[in-house]
Design a protein around this ligand. Structure first.
Ligand SMILES: O=C(O)C(=O)C[C@]1(C(=O)O)C=C[C@@H](O)C=C1
Length: 101
């Protein structure tokens, strides 16, 4: 962890961080790989769903953007702070595709 990222000089034993063995780190990395693939799958599905809704709304003469729905999405990610906002914005942008740019 520390040795690889060079982020902190304090050894984990003295900083109160949990200490993971090399084997545990290998397992945790597998979990991260799996989580990333699941996140990617879900994001792709979200894009599909969002684009389907957007296309239907536009075909019916509706607006490109529904602000109150976008506010709901932003609020959902607020607990993650500014990065959560960026994440929500990225999801909304992906769903809008070229329409929202
Ligand atoms: O909920 C909608 O009406 C959508 O079109 C989906 C969605 C979204 O991706 O969450 C996308 C664009 C809108 O501006 C609001 C929300």
């Amino acid at each position: 962890m520390n040795a690889q990222t060079n982020e902190k000089a304090t050894p984990p034993e003295t900083s109160g961080e949990p200490v993971a063995s090399a084997e545990e780190i290998a397992e945790l990395r597998k979990e991260i790989d799996w989580l990333d693939s699941e996140i990617l799958r879900l994001v792709k599905r979200r894009v599909e769903v969002s684009q389907t809704i957007g296309a239907a709304r536009m075909a019916a003469g509706g607006t490109r953007i529904v602000y109150n729905r976008e506010m709901d999405v932003l609020a959902r990610y607020r607990e993650l702070g500014p990065d959560g906002r960026q994440l929500a914005m990225a999801l909304l942008n992906l769903g809008r595709g070229r329409l929202g740019r």
